[in-house]
Structure formats: structure tokens, C-alpha cells
Write a protein that binds this ligand. Structure first.
Ligand code: ADP
Ligand code: MG
Ligand code: ZN
Length: 482
């Protein structure tokens, strides 16, 4: 393996978050509607209808291009990609081929070894999604395929990288960063499991030092980041083993088979499609004026890299903690707003990257903060800081707040979690415990430090388990002159 270099290029299809479809007025939230209810003559491609370009989809794609440091074409065009498959009612897909909206950008991310990497973005273009096929068993046990055209015509952007990614793990980092940017921009949910973010991975290997790229294989059918990484690892190893046996790599498309953790051949170059692309005759060229471009540039929010640098600088956070908080806008905002409401910086950062991540992180760059608002977090942390509740109770309270949106102070009262943190009261109780446990006191004074546990136990019993343990221990030691 070490004699070889891995070369990877990724093609990501991300559904663009718009109200309506790419070329008609049908609603784009296809997933929640009953099958085949969001459809019209335009997205079915019936003869004689005319499509119109969805302005919001174009704007979101341009913003993505800008965030990926691309050049935005002043003049681009839609093309027809012709092929026949049951998921394509029209017999062609409207896409962009020769003149894409965005070209020649780059994406920066941290490599697994911590070094900064930059991978070229070849293009970002806009197209329409196809229908969704369901392969099922019919009533008589026969295999049937069902078609749901709700997804037909939903806007998709395709983001194509240069072949510059150097390992499967790097591919995972690239995808995580790309998804974080799309989510920051609010242009896509990036949800891979739901098919809103799909990745075709091209991979080749070559002997170290060789200048020509090896023959590439395209791998499809991965529906999680982990699957992409595993599929690429498998495929690179398969190619190296084949070369070592003296075989040649065939250019082909392979599918990832999750259950076997292998890739299998789906289509070889011989059967490669000829899409017969030609300019879409029913749509005008897409012209992006400088004024429009500037307007869109101004709409780009602070992105993950800038966010993490600023969080580290303004709040004095370690770089890795700032990076974790900046992974998603939800946690970065929660942190900053909680701090603005008086939450201590380190505690806020720790509780978010610890407990909130545990409760709501479903993958890199995706953290659902549930019902935890900045007010609720700040209130909870202030109770921990004052010793009103123990950290252990605070964890339980946070989990409940996350789920239900209950107010922390009310929960603490309701559950009787308030600790005894009143110094005078604890000292009074400690004095009683000391009087009643002469033997334990003598043991402690004879150097048996463990005996202090018995005394602390007495304090806990006297308070029904509600003494602030940290404070009680300190006061007890002071009283005993330790
Ligand atoms: P195709 O015409 O088959 O779609 P492209 O040249 O357009 O191929 O590239 C598609 C994707 O494959 C891009 O992401 C690109 O970076 C990647 N790619 C191209 N050649 C290689 C290679 N030899 N090894 C790995 N990836 C490659
Ligand atoms: Mg391709
Ligand atoms: Zn429609």
C-alpha cells in the first residue's frame, strides 16, 4: 500500500432548499407529501409546456460558489442530458454542461494529521433531480419498481472536486466541511441519510512518484459519510491488489454494498452513456449581472473557518474547542448567546461540546440543540456555578430541557435538586457530625485520611443527600485542621 498513492475526486449532489421546484411551481418538499401528489405538466415534461428558472435556486448556487471561492460565470446556460431510465419521465434531465454557473474554486479543511489542506473545486452547477424509485415485492411475490415523481424537478447542485484528495479519511473531512458550509449558508440540509446530499466517489491509485493519474473507478450507493470512507478504503486496496497481481484497472462504475462492505462492478466503460448534451431550447441563457453578484456576496454569513478563528480570539478558547463549536451554526450561536447572557466561557464551551453534542450530534457538522436556548443554558450554568445544583443534577436537567424546553430553575425546584450550599448552615451540620463521630475524627487526626469519607457521609445523611459535596468537603477539612 505504501508504494502507492491514492487519488480521489468527489462529485456531490446537494438538494437546494427552495420552496418550489427548479422549473415549475410545484412544492419542493417532496419527502413529506404522499407519493405522486407534487407534480404538474412541466415537471412531467409533457409536450408544449415551458419551464421557468427558479431564482432562489440560482441564488443559493451562486452563494455556494462564492463560499467555495469559485469564479461565477456572468453567462451560463442549461443543457439537456439525454438518457432513458425509469426515474426520468422526460427522457432528459435539464443540467449544465459546457457553461456551469461556478468554476475553479477551492475548499479548505483540516487533514486527519491536523495540517491544513486545500482541494480544488472544478465546478458547481445546477440541475434538476429525478423521480425516486422504490424496488419492492408485489402481492404475488414478484419484484416490482414503484415510481414517485414528487422529487422530479427538485433543484440539485452538483459540486465537483478536482482529483486532489489523498485518502479515504481526507474524503470524509472534505465532505464534512462541505456540508458544514452548505448548512451555514442555509442552502441545503446536507442530510445524507435522506438523500439530500449524495456523493459519487472517483478513485484511482498510482505508484508513488508517477505523474500520470491512474485509471479511475467511480463508486456509488453510499448513504453515510462512514460508508464513503469505507467504500474508498476498500476500493483503493482492491485496485492496489489488482495492480500487484499484474492486472490492469478497468474504468468502470462500481456500487458499494453495505452488507458485505465491498464494491461490485455495475457498468464498464464499454457501456458508458452517451448523453448527447445540447443547449436547452426552452430556457434563456442565465445572465448574472455584477450588481446581482454583489448583492449575493453581501448575503454570505460568517463561515465556519472565520467563525472558529473569531471564537478562539474573542473568547480565548483553545483552537480545537473553537473548531468544535464552529462545526455547526446551531452550537456556535448557542455558545455566543449564552456567553452574552453571562454564562462563563469555559463552562459554556464544555457543556455544549460535551452534553449538547452527546444529546444532539448526528454527524460531523450536524448538531440539533433541541429545546436548549441560550437563556436556559445560561440559567443552568449559573446554578452550577453558584453551587445551587451539582454537576450531576445539571446533566439530568439539561437532558430534560433538551427534550421538553422546560425552564431549568423550575425543574430544579420540582425535582428538589437544590443543594445546601449555604456555608453557615453546612458548618452547623458539620459541627454536629463531628460531635457525634468522635471515633472517625480521632481516626482522621491519627492520619487515616479515608475516615473523612465517613464524616462526609454523615453530612450527606443530615441533609438528605443535598449537601454541596465539594463545599462540604472543604469546610470539613478546614474544621479538622487539614
Ligand atoms: P467523467 O467525465 O467520468 O465524469 P471527470 O473528468 O468529469 O470524469 O471527473 C469526474 C470526477 O472524477 C471529478 O471529481 C474528478 O476529480 C474525478 N477524477 C477524474 N479523474 C480521476 C482520476 N484519475 N482519479 C481519481 N479521480 C478522478
Ligand atoms: Mg461524472
Ligand atoms: Zn411541477
Amino acid at each position: 500500500m505504501t508504494d502507492y498513492e491514492i487519488v480521489i475526486g468527489l462529485e456531490v449532489h446537494a438538494q437546494v432548499l427552495t420552496r418550489s421546484k427548479m422549473f415549475c411551481r410545484c412544492a419542493a418538499e417532496y419527502a413529506s407529501a404522499p407519493p405522486n401528489t407534487l407534480v404538474c405538466p412541466i415537471c412531467l415534461g409533457l409536450p408544449g409546456v415551458l419551464p421557468t428558472i427558479n431564482r432562489a435556486a440560482v441564488e443559493k448556487t451562486i452563494m455556494t460558489g462564492l463560499a467555495l471561492n469559485c469564479a461565477i460565470a456572468q453567462f451560463s446556460r442549461f443543457d439537456r442530458k439525454n438518457y432513458h431510465y425509469p426515474d426520468l419521465m422526460k427522457g432528459y434531465q435539464v443540467s449544465q454542461y459546457a457553461l456551469p454557473l461556478c468554476r475553479e474554486g477551492w475548499l479548505a479543511f483540516d487533514a486527519p494529521d491536523g495540517t491544513a489542506r486545500r482541494v480544488g473545486i472544478r465546478r458547481v452547477h445546477l440541475e434538476e433531480d429525478t423521480a425516486k424509485l422504490y424496488h419492492r415485492r408485489g402481492p404475488d411475490g414478484q419484484a416490482v419498481s414503484l415510481v414517485d415523481v414528487n422529487r422530479s424537478g427538485v433543484p440539485l447542485m452538483e459540486i465537483v472536486s478536482e482529483p486532489e484528495i489523498q485518502s479515504a479519511e481526507e474524503a470524509g473531512r472534505y465532505l464534512a466541511k462541505l456540508r458544514a458550509i452548505l448548512r451555514y449558508l442555509g442552502v441545503s440540509t446536507g442530510n445524507m441519510e435522506e438523500g439530500a446530499f449524495r456523493c459519487d466517489a472517483n478513485v484511482s491509485v498510482r505508484r508513488r512518484g508517477e505523474r500520470e493519474l491512474g485509471v479511475k473507478v467511480e463508486v456509488k450507493n453510499m448513504n453515510s459519510f462512514r460508508a464513503v470512507v469505507l467504500a474508498l478504503e476498500f476500493e483503493a486496496e482492491r485496485q492496489v491488489a489488482a495492480l500487484e497481481r499484474g492486472e490492469r484497472i478497468e474504468q468502470e462504475t462500481r456500487g458499494w454494498v453495505e452488507t458485505g462492505s465491498i464494491t461490485v462492478s455495475q457498468r464498464t466503460k464499454e457501456y458508458a452513456h452517451d448523453y448527447r448534451y445540447f443547449p436547452e431550447p426552452d430556457l434563456p441563457p442565465l445572465v448574472v449581472t455584477p450588481a446581482w453578484l454583489e448583492e449575493l456576496r453581501a448575503r454570505i454569513p460568517e463561515l465556519p473557518d472565520a467563525k472558529r478563528v473569531r471564537l478562539a480570539r474573542e473568547h480565548g478558547l483553545p483552537a480545537d474547542v473553537a473548531a468544535q463549536l464552529a462545526e455547526s451554526l446551531s452550537t456556535a450561536d448557542l455558545f455566543e448567546q449564552a456567553v452574552a447572557r453571562g454564562a462563563p466561557v469555559r463552562a459554556a464551551a464544555n457543556w455544549i461540546t460535551g452534553e449538547v453534542f452527546r444529546l444532539g450530534r448526528s454527524g460531523p457538522g450536524v448538531v440539533d440543540v433541541g429545546q436548549v436556548t441560550a437563556e436556559r443554558l445560561a440559567e443552568l450554568l449559573s446554578m452550577v456555578e453558584k453551587g445551587t445544583i451539582s454537576p450531576a443534577s445539571a446533566k439530568d436537567v439539561l437532558a430534560e430541557v433538551y427534550r421538553t424546553g422546560a425552564e431549568p430553575a423550575a425543574l430544579v425546584e420540582q425535582r428538589g435538586l437544590r443543594q445546601v450550599s449555604d456555608t453557615a448552615e453546612l458548618e452547623r451540620i458539620i459541627d454536629e457530625v463531628i460531635q457525634q463521630n468522635a471515633k472517625a475524627v480521632a481516626d482522621v487526626q491519627a492520619g487515616k485520611q479515608q475516615a473523612i469519607g465517613a464524616l462526609l457521609g454523615g453530612v450527606m445523611r443530615a441533609t438528605g443527600g443535598k449537601a454541596n459535596a465539594q463545599l462540604a468537603t472543604r469546610l470539613l477539612r478546614e474544621r479538622l485542621g487539614l
